[in-house]
Design a protein around this ligand. Sequence first.
Ligand code: C5P
Length: 215
Amino acid sequence: VLINAGPTYESIDPVRYIGNHSSGKMGVAIAEAFAQRGSEVHLVLGPDSIIPGDSRIHITRVTTSDEMLAACDAQFKQVDVAVLAAAVTDYKPAIAATEKIKKSSDTLTLNLVRTPDIAATLGKQKKNGQILVGFPLETQNGESNAINKLQEKNMDMIVLNNPHDEGAGFGHDTNKVTFLFPDNKQEKFELKSKKDVAHDIVEAVCKILKADAKN
Ligand code: C5P
């Protein structure tokens, strides 16, 4: 199982970056839940994330979205399941300054370009039997956006969460999620610990694997 987790940081200059508040807690809980079930787990972990306590998990530390893509790409062919829980920074400076940017003018404009979409890249490479799970974080029109993402990124399951829900999202030990599947089935859950959400995800992935094995 391949899991990515945590934020990515994109350099503006040698001392500053664009990032986000992801703690990596949800992805690390998923890695631990799969490891407890006996899976071989490869975790690609962004900067300043929490680190799993389970020594069976193979960890690759990365900083930028390009590094995260390269690390995930290197593992993807060998895995049955990929759970992409990382909060990949969507835009990065077109050019990172080599020297610290001085505060000379009242305003500063940064020219930003899109980062690689790791989920979409892996979705294009996905082979029969491989399961891809995504983690969109939506603050509005969550379900319709999520259904589009299932198709666009060739995913088998989406774990949708909204950081506006109390106790959900970045940094919390709890989360409130809805699972969405390509056949339009949905499963809504109450607020629960990220550890329990992680076990629900493992259960759902096992069901998909079993159904695939029958067909
Ligand atoms: O498009 P959006 O960011 O909402 O999609 C969320 C899903 O796509 C998550 O699983 C996230 O890890 C993944 N993603 C990615 N690379 C990006 C942006 C998002 O893999 N550049």
